[in-house]
Design a protein around this ligand. Structure first.
Ligand code: GDP
Length: 373
């Protein structure tokens, strides 16, 4: 740990500029604690006192600076992505930013998929999607940090690929990075050696070093905030409804063209053209789905958003961007997902083809992808 000294509003632990406005940003400290003689940010406090890493978030520019700093080191980069929001949480072009350092892809939250999921097929899917996103990976590991599934494989892969290198763990916010780090601390950390902080190369940000049993450290990084994810646009109370807690129960809807489904008040799915067919929704059980006729959809939304159609409630909706429309064409024979970043996906079997409109808050990433399941 760096020397304990409170200087010019900086954390005595890691030196980050202190602030009391945003809990999830680096340097946060409750205003009431600022009066103390020696002040450490909340993140350092938790590390020192509870041996616990917590999430902090930074914007894209700071994150790219951080990755640039990693490029100048000899490291293994562990990139955590969220299987529930794969295209939303993958850091495309990561390889370019971290230079010649190898990237190990850890895919978290596999507990959300139905039991009996074919993991070999899933790994192939992940590899293909990662490649399409411009990410070259050394290896892919599937796990659930929360339910402790596949963790030995994470440890094995670290041991196998790290050599004598440092390990940097990078990811977007809400992918489960702190859950994973805390599991590493609990189960695989050398508790004789304390967690420490240092500077990320080339930045003013603090890095948390976690000593592992094998004598090496791994280094946690702040999460990047991607505004193309629904999860980053909504307030905390809505986030809880949006993030599935346990295995997703798919909802199957048989629809005729001219029917609309609302997902809370966060998105709208219009089946515009095509033969009667089924659409399977993989979303959190906290998000109610409401069916109506396409011709009534505008009126229903105008009259009932934030009430019958919720969450979010009316007040929270006022803080969100207006919806934009995405027109998607599923061709006959294409088995695909309509992916809405942070909200989930809708499986279309492609037996007959379909024309679909998705309405979602402006900026949220909406796309068609090869079916995950
Ligand atoms: P961070 O922002 O990346 O550090 O993410 P957190 O560790 O704070 O986790 C974000 C959310 O995802 C929390 O609601 C966690 O409970 C949840 N989460 C983390 N890991 C898993 C997992 O393996 N499965 C499921 N279903 N949820 C998880």
């Amino acid at each position: 740990m760096t020397k304990l000294q409170h200087k010019e509003g900086r954390c005595a632990g890691c030196g980050v500029q202190l602030q009391s406005e945003a809990k999830e940003k680096p340097g946060y400290i409750p205003a009431s604690s600022l009066e103390k003689e020696i002040v450490v940010c909340q993140r350092c406090f938790r590390i020192k006192n509870y041996n616990e890493a917590s999430s902090v978030a930074i914007d894209q520019d700071d994150f790219l600076r951080l990755l640039g700093g990693i490029a100048a080191t000899d490291s293994l980069v562990v990139h955590i992505v969220d299987l529930f929001d794969f295209e939303g949480s993958i850091i495309s072009g990561l390889q370019r930013f971290v230079g010649s350092n190898p990237v190990l892809l850890v895919v978290n939250k596999i507990d959300l998929l139905p039991r009996g999921t074919n993991y070999n097929r899933l790994r192939n899917w992940v590899q293909k999607q990662a490649k399409a996103a411009g990410l070259r990976t050394l290896d892919v590991v599937l796990c659930s940090a929360k339910r402790n599934i596949g963790f030995e494989r994470v440890i094995e892969a670290l041991a196998q690929h790290r050599g004598q290198r440092d390990v940097y763990v990078v990811g977007a916010t809400n992918v489960g990075k702190s859950t994973l780090i805390n599991r590493l601390i609990r189960d695989y950390s050398d508790l004789e050696r304390e967690l420490t902080t240092s500077r990320y190369p080339g930045t003013t940000l603090d890095a948390v070093h976690i000593p592992l049993d094998d004598g090496h450290d791994i280094i946690d990084t702040p999460g990047i905030v991607y505004t193309h994810r629904m999860t980053e646009l909504v307030p905390r109370s809505v986030l809880q409804a949006l993030l599935p807690e346990k295995e997703i129960k798919p909802l199957v809807y048989q629809l005729n063209a001219g029917q609309t489904l609302f997902i809370g008040a966060l998105a709208r799915f219009d089946f515009i053209e095509g033969e009667r067919q089924s659409f399977t929704f993989y979303i959190s059980s906290g998000m109610p789905v409401h069916r109506t006729k396409l011709e009534r959809a505008d009126e229903l939304y105008a009259d009932h958003k934030g009430e019958l159609l919720a969450p979010p409630n009316r007040e929270q909706l006022a803080e969100l961007p207006e919806w934009t429309r995405h027109r998607l064409t599923v061709r006959r024979g294409d088995e695909v997902d309509v992916f809405i970043s942070g909200l989930g996906w809708i499986h279309v079997n492609g037996q007959t083809g379909a024309l679909i409109d998705v309405h979602a808050p402006k900026g949220v990433r909406v796309l068609l992808r090869d079916a995950l399941i």
